[in-house]
Design a protein around this ligand. Structure first.
Ligand code: COA
Length: 188
């Protein structure tokens, strides 16, 4: 174990690994006949919650979602499976990695529709953040996922620091110059 705290409270990744499978029914579709992105987001939030709450042993809230790119459209009649596991734990937060696949049951074709990372924060009965158990990594894949999640956390902080450096210039000419080449116009 690499951490000095009470490791008896640690839980293995497999303890909370969760799969939800749901049939895509017609009422889930958009005007184009494909499944609404929001339906998939809701299922992802649900599986993230189950996985996080099981690891934490507490109620959890969604703090952030690290990019959702829809790689393939999902069709009515497909079976969508969401595979979730805890990738990383901080103090009161943890990161759940979710892989979403969609299966056409007539052709047995399986598509990877997206992979996303949900940061969840554990709450106690008084709604205060509470420490989550440490994580027992059971194989090299889980070690890689932990390291990748830690790196994404560092990059997110870097991205925030860089974004905070953007200042709105007082001088209108400077502002216009900064927008050179962009597809926008200032009207007042
Ligand atoms: C997310 C939330 C719990 C953070 O609360 P907070 O008092 O700001 O907590 P802290 O700053 O002490 O952070 C607590 C943990 O959350 C993490 N965290 C907070 N905001 C985060 C964010 N935007 N992205 C990733 N992690 C975040 C912190 O890194 C910290 O992790 P650690 O304890 O493992 O080091 C709070 O903003 C909240 O309740 N948001 C609403 C959540 C919600 O209702 N979600 C459902 C969607 S409607």
């Amino acid at each position: 174990m690499s951490n000095p705290d009470d490791t008896s409270a640690y839980k293995p990744v497999s303890f909370s690994a969760t799969v939800i499978t749901e049939l895509m029914i017609p009422s889930y579709s958009n005007f184009g006949g494909k499944i609404h992105g929001g339906i998939l987001l809701s299922l992802m939030d649900k599986v993230a919650y189950v996985c996080a709450a099981k690891h934490a042993g507490n109620y959890c809230v969604t703090a952030s979602i690290d990019t959702v790119d829809f790689l393939e459209p999902v069709e009515v009649g497909d079976l969508v499976s969401l595979m979730a596991s805890v990738n990383y734990v901080g103090k009161t937060s943890l990161v759940v990695g979710i892989k979403v696949v969609s299966e056409n049951i007539k052709t047995n074709t399986v598509y990877h529709t997206n992979t996303s990372y949900f940061t969840m924060v554990a709450r106690d009965e008084k709604n205060q953040p509470v420490q989550v158990p440490g994580l027992i990594l059971e194989n090299r894949t889980q070690v890689r996922r932990f390291l990748e999640a830690r790196r994404r956390k560092q990059l997110k902080q870097h991205y925030k620091d860089e974004s905070d450096k953007i200042v709105m210039p007082d001088d209108e000419h400077v502002c216009r110059k900064m927008l050179d080449g962009e597809r926008c116009t200032i009207i007042n």
